[in-house]
Design a protein around this ligand. Structure first.
Ligand code: PHE
Length: 456
């Protein structure tokens, strides 16, 4: 049968577990530990979290399954996968632009992701140097401001992080990644458990939990709903081809459904634990939940400064955060690199170098938006804010929308059934969610936020 038994030019995961680990490595990153807490804080807590969870279950998981199955069916970089699958099904060649948009999104996201990962690297050394011990909330805040207002330091860390990322990518994502994630994910999880334990001792644990889990729908604006949905895509690495390209390295016999559910559960758990660790500290120290992108850097160091062994655990935490960011960054650029290798006959090393240099230059905009360009705003947003908003809340949901449409309106039921290995009610549930529910939800949320449709 045409196309069903292809293999990838770039190799394959050694097992289904290797894929689960790599995809979890892609999903779990700064989105869970840095972004989820601060956007939850900015958008009023409980109701926002509830919308986010609903989006993960009803939009995220079905689209993740669609993305993986398209990838495995095509066995190429997302651009070529879309081109080939469209051609085989006699569909419009314009579907390949979906792959292009994904590659663009990968560059845009990585350009700021790397800068934030740089903050985490700086904090490894701050923690190790004992800079937090006994420090007040104010002193911790000043330390953070000191870092982001210094473009040279940010540039140095951004450069180091980009080099680290491109080295792994140039070696092929299968070799190094599998091993790294196997030990990292459990370690990250354990240290989060410990931080939640510390949060319980702050006296504000219930306040933190109530903030996260008691929905107050009066705080739920249409914009907050859009941000919650956008974050569901961002945190699961959906809508830009990262999960698609990892799916293209997935062995034939692995269950796409099971793996998607495992990845989504692990990802959600990490985000919720980060929230449970951070908000009690926020309330115990009278800090502002809506402090923005600096939230974790202004709260967790207080905890590390006070707990016994804080320098050690703080160092470990930021090291793990850097690793989590690293395994996500790799997947952001893999679609571009795989395409360069396929279409331009480049070696992986050369392709990685090109992609890395382009991203590095783009990252300068984010660096300056925290200092030299802090006052330069468009629609009230800095360059970094705009980049983050446009990618997470517009491009990824749009990409995800078209991926869902492609999987259910363009590919035949026979193909999707075969890839998913589902039948009966299970298949039907996926089909309805992916063909109708997810696309309509995305469109509805877009319209609601642009004011064409007003609810509440
Ligand atoms: N999911 C990653 C995170 O939460 C970010 C990411 C987005 C990675 C899109 C790949 C693609 O940090």
């Amino acid at each position: 049968m045409a196309g069903s038994k292809r293999s990838s030019l770039h190799g394959q995961w050694s097992s289904r577990w290797a894929f689960v680990l790599a995809a979890t490595g892609s999903a779990v990153g700064l989105g869970n530990i840095w972004k989820f807490p601060y956007i939850t804080g900015e958008n009023g807590g409980g109701a926002f979290v509830l919308v986010y969870l609903i989006c993960i279950a009803c939009i995220g998981i079905p689209i993740m399954m669609a993305e993986i199955l398209i990838g495995r069916r095509g066995r190429r970089s997302p651009i070529n996968t879309m081109r080939v699958l469209a051609r085989e099904g006699h569909h419009h060649p314009a579907w390949q632009y979906l792959g292009w948009i994904g590659v663009l999104a990968g560059f845009l996201i990585l350009s700021y992701y790397s800068v934030i990962a740089g903050w985490a690297m700086a904090y490894v050394f701050r923690a190790a140097g004992g800079m937090f011990s006994g420090a007040t909330g104010e002193q911790i805040g000043a330390l953070f401001t000191g870092l982001i207002s210094d473009p040279e330091r940010l540039l140095a860390w951004h450069t180091i992080f980009m080099v680290m990322t491109m080295i792994v990518v140039s070696r092929g994502v299968q070799s190094g990644l599998e091993k790294a994630v196997r030990f990292l994910m459990p370690a990250l999880f354990l240290i989060l458990v410990m931080l939640v334990g510390y949060a319980m001792s702050t006296g504000s644990f219930t306040a933190g939990i109530a903030f996260l889990f008691t929905p107050d729908f009066s705080k739920l604006t249409p914009a907050a709903v859009l941000i919650a949905m956008g974050h569901a895509f961002f945190t699961l690495s959906l809508g830009m081809g990262a999960i698609m390209v990892y799916g293209s390295y997935l062995p034939e016999n692995a269950s796409i459904t099971q793996t998607s559910v495992i990845i989504a559960l692990a990802d959600t758990l990490v985000a919720l634990m980060a929230g449970m660790a951070i908000f009690p500290i926020v309330f115990a120290h009278g800090l502002e939940p809506g402090a923005g992108p600096g939230l974790i850097f202004q709260t967790l160091p207080i905890a590390f400064g006070q707990m016994p062994g804080g320098a050690f655990f703080g160092t470990l935490f930021f090291v793990l955060l850097v690793f989590a960011a690293w395994t996500s960054a790799i997947s952001l650029i893999e679609p571009a690199v795989a395409w360069l290798v396929e279409n331009h006959g480049m070696t992986r090393v050369l392709a990685s170098a090109w992609a890395g240099v382009i991203t590095w230059v783009m990252g300068l905009g984010t660096i300056f938006s925290f200092n030299l360009w802090a006052e330069a705003k468009l629609f009230g947003k800095t360059f970094f804010d705009l980049l983050d908003f446009a990618t997470a809340n517009v491009i990824l949901p749009l990409g995800g929308l078209f991926i869902a449409l492609f999987a259910t309106w363009t590919l035949s039921r026979k193909v999707t059934m075969e890839e998913l290995g589902l039948q009966g009610a299970g298949y039907q549930l996926w089909y309805i969610l992916t063909r109708y529910v997810a696309p309509l939800a995305v469109i509805f949320i877009f319209l609601n936020v642009t004011g064409l449709l007003r609810f509440g």
